[in-house]
Design a protein around this ligand. Structure first.
Ligand SMILES: [Zn+2]
Length: 410
């Protein structure tokens, strides 16, 4: 047992396992589709998309939405190139493509399968809530006929189908049941329950997925994969996704940094961190920061400094009390201890170091530690000089500023 297990009383496990899973939790990366629907992003060049694809593979992400080839020639060319890369490099990641429930959207997916020999799931989506039906003047009969036509068409082209109902978290139970049952009868083997508008809470996720499991999946009589697709409008996407896994979802969708429509999708990076901390997955996440940084740069959306784990400030402190505890732990030569004494997330699991800095809230130990780390002798006089400068500052001192104080003649 690690030393920290004796030193941390884990209330998360007081009532049993932190996450009760029915199987291995799988993830579908929507960065290159839903992520690129964010109004703030740039659509990156294909070379960058290929790099992102390899980073997804490296993080053990199970599936990827390559895009919506029905959107136009550029989207189609990018999806084709990504599928070729999967074939060429024999990647394990399973590709899928979004498609509206129209022949014009489904056909290009079949063409790409034909050209590459890579199996691609067609994720055909359709609105399902009464509010959407009312706004669009859709009758249930129209939705059922559209579902039947689209799923049958995709199956006739040899495509596996994951059938997606938009706005499921605000749809009536009888409509949900009819739509999914029809899709399954027509050959869909995966269904995706969506919180398209970011409406649901964890209690709603549990109720909805139990309903779908009991009323649709079980009676189907054959294996049907159940997916969850959530959005962050209420800031609950990660909690909802964890609730979805517990309520029987086998695969959860998300994007790097949660970029996507409006305020975005479930942040896959944060989901990976939580699944790892909860012991639900055991894989090397040392490239998590690179994955997030590459996506951030590629789409032109900066990572906020206070973003969990991969934000600049996630493992950085200048506060005297915090730093003193961390430094004492470092002095015991125990990285695990040092990285957990003031953080719920051990930075070394993600290949990141803690940073001790010097600012107006710092104490003597920050300065001594900073100097020793850079091979300076922490004489009382030097420590005092740096500390008094820090106390007059209105922010944390930069390394350059501290080096300059070290080099000053007295
Ligand atoms: Zn979405």
């Amino acid at each position: 047992m690690a030393l920290t297990d004796e030193l941390i009383h884990d209330w998360n496990r007081a009532a049993g396992p932190e996450l009760r899973l029915l199987g291995r939790p799988m993830l579908d990366d929507e960065t290159l589709r839903d992520g690129l629907q964010s109004p703030s992003v740039l659509d990156p060049p294909i070379e960058t998309k290929l790099r992102i694809l390899h980073l997804m593979e490296g993080l053990g992400i199970d599936a990827v939405d390559l895009g919506l080839p029905g959107a136009g020639p550029r989207a189609q060319a990018d999806v084709l190139r990504l599928a070729q890369e999967i074939a060429h490099c024999r990647l394990r990641i399973r590709p899928n493509c979004a498609a509206r429930t129209t022949e014009a959207d489904i056909r290009p997916i079949a063409d790409i399968v034909q050209a590459t020999g890579v199996e691609i799931e067609a994720a055909t989506f359709l609105g399902s809530s009464p509010i959407r039906q009312y706004a669009e003047d859709w009758t249930l009969d129209f939705l059922l006929r559209t579902t039947e036509r689209a799923v049958k068409h995709a199956r006739s082209l040899g495509l596996p189908v994951m059938y997606v109902t938009e706005d499921t978290t605000r749809a009536r139970p009888e409509v949900i049941k009819k739509l999914y049952t029809t899709a399954i009868e027509c050959g869909a083997r995966a269904i995706v329950v969506c919180d398209t508008v970011g409406h649901v809470t964890p209690a709603g996720v549990r109720a909805l997925l139990h309903f779908v499991h009991e009323e649709v999946v079980k009676p189907a009589g054959e294996p049907i994969r159940l997916d969850w697709h959530g959005h962050s409008d209420r800031g609950l996407a990660v909690a909802n996704s964890l609730a979805a896994f517990e309520a029987g979802a086998q695969q959860v969708h998300g994007t790097a940094l949660g970029i996507g429509e409006r305020v975005g999708n479930t942040p896959l990076d944060q989901l990976l961190v939580n699944l790892r901390l909860m012991g639900a997955i055991d894989r090397n996440l040392g490239k998590l920061k690179e994955y997030c940084s590459v996506v951030s740069e590629a789409v032109g959306v900066p990572i906020p400094p206070n973003y969990p784990v991969v934000g600049e400030d996630a493992f950085r402190t200048a506060t005297g009390v915090h730093a003193a505890a961390v430094i004492k732990a470092f002095r015991k030569n125990d990285v695990e201890l040092a990285n957990q004494v003031y953080s719920g997330v051990p930075s070394h699991w993600f290949g990141i170091d803690q940073k001790i800095e010097i600012g107006p809230m710092s104490g003597k130990s920050n300065v001594v530690f900073w100097l020793e780390k850079r091979q300076f002798r922490p004489t009382d006089e030097l420590v005092e000089r740096i500390l008094s400068r820090a106390k007059q500052a209105d922010r944390v001192l930069s390394d350059t500023e501290i080096f300059a104080i070290c080099g000053e003649k007295v």
